[in-house]
Design a binder for this molecule. Structure first.
Ligand SMILES: NC(=O)c1ccc[n+]([C@@H]2O[C@H](COP(=O)([O-])OP(=O)(O)OC[C@H]3O[C@@H](n4cnc5c(N)ncnc54)[C@H](OP(=O)(O)O)[C@@H]3O)[C@@H](O)[C@H]2O)c1
Length: 288
């Protein structure tokens, strides 16, 4: 990975941090995109020490805020003129419904919309750097997803349902953008990392369920194992030309039936673009 430049969102914690560390150990230049400067700096030092690499950088990006995403991309483009791997890893589940400043439900906004915008803004660099890879960290929870495009803010909110919907969106989006980028030299794949012991779920679990959640995390795998599929998709020559697939344990598997629905894939793409248009956020159109 010596001459590769990699961006990872949510790289200050859990699966993202481990992926950043291992890719840095493999020689890649790793740019961590994190929402908190404090948590980002702390993880940056740890990753540098553990990977024995100085080629690790931090750029602040809050995925719920399009302005923050745009600034992060501007900063990235001032420093780097190539991007070979984009890992859309950040994600969360929220127990209580919250809205972003633009008025969108936060789980959908962070897990899907933020990455949609980030990817679009970085697409020119990815195209220029091809062969390049986009990796979307989804979840087996997508199988419980049932996105209602006319009710994206979820009138009847349930944390796990919102999370499952956002993870289904990750896969619908992967298949749509993979098709749009066919023959461009950019591959796009999604993955489930496994049930991994991380900070995940800290904000998404109701108080009375916390002891149960703590108990079941005893059966979760550690981050070393949890980062394996992300690292595989980012670095393995085996999958250089594989695109539009969903991976579990570094193997391509079938995602849910609904995720293959081309109408839904297109609808999600159009809805995502229109939500940014409504908010008068300018994004690069990429329609081929
Ligand atoms: N752990 C599992 O069992 C599991 C299973 C399936 C899928 N996944 C997926 O794996 C990915 C990584 O999760 P994890 O388990 O490593 O959890 P984690 O330890 O909680 O890490 C999540 C990362 O996302 C970041 N993030 C949250 N909101 C953000 C925002 N608005 N802007 C930018 N970054 C934001 C967090 O930043 P802060 O530290 O600042 O909050 C953190 O760095 C997620 O997409 C999750 O859905 C996890």
């Amino acid at each position: 990975m010596d001459d590769k430049i990699v961006v990872i969102t949510g790289a200050n914690s859990g699966i993202g941090k481990e992926t950043a560390k291992v890719l840095a150990q493999m020689g890649a230049t790793v740019v961590m995109m994190c929402r908190s400067r404090e948590r980002g700096e702390e993880a940056l030092q740890e990753i540098k020490e553990k990977s024995h690499s100085e080629k690790v950088d931090l750029i602040i990006a809050d995925l719920e805020d399009p302005e923050s995403i745009k600034q992060a991309v501007d900063r990235f483009k001032v420093k780097y003129d190539k991007l070979h791997v984009l890992i859309n890893n950040a994600g969360l589940m929220l127990n209580k419904k919250k809205l972003t400043t633009l008025g969108y439900e936060k789980t959908f906004a962070i897990n899907h919309l933020g990455h949609f915008l980030l990817t679009k803004l970085l697409l020119d660099l990815l195209l220029k750097s091809a062969p390049a890879r986009i990796i979307n960290v989804s979840s087996e929870a997508h199988r419980y997803g049932n996105l209602k495009f006319e009710d994206i803010n979820m009138k009847k909110y349930k944390g796990f349902r919102a999370y499952s919907n956002s993870k289904l969106a990750n896969i619908l989006y992967t298949y749509e953008i993979a098709r749009r980028l066919e023959d461009s030299g950019i591959t796009v794949n999604a993955l489930h990392p496994g049930f991994v012991r991380t900070n995940f779920g800290n904000q998404g679990v109701r108080k009375y369920l916390k002891p149960f959640f703590k108990f079941i995390t005893l059966f979760a795998i550690n981050v070393k194992k949890g980062a394996k599929t992300s690292i595989y998709l980012a670095s393995s020559p085996e999958i250089e030309n594989i695109t539009g697939e969903y991976f579990v344990k570094s193997k391509s598997v079938k995602s849910s039936k609904i995720s293959y629905d081309i109408e839904s894939q297109k609808k999600l793409w159009e809805l995502s673009e229109s939500l940014f248009e409504e908010a008068e956020i300018e994004i690069i159109k990429y329609t081929t």
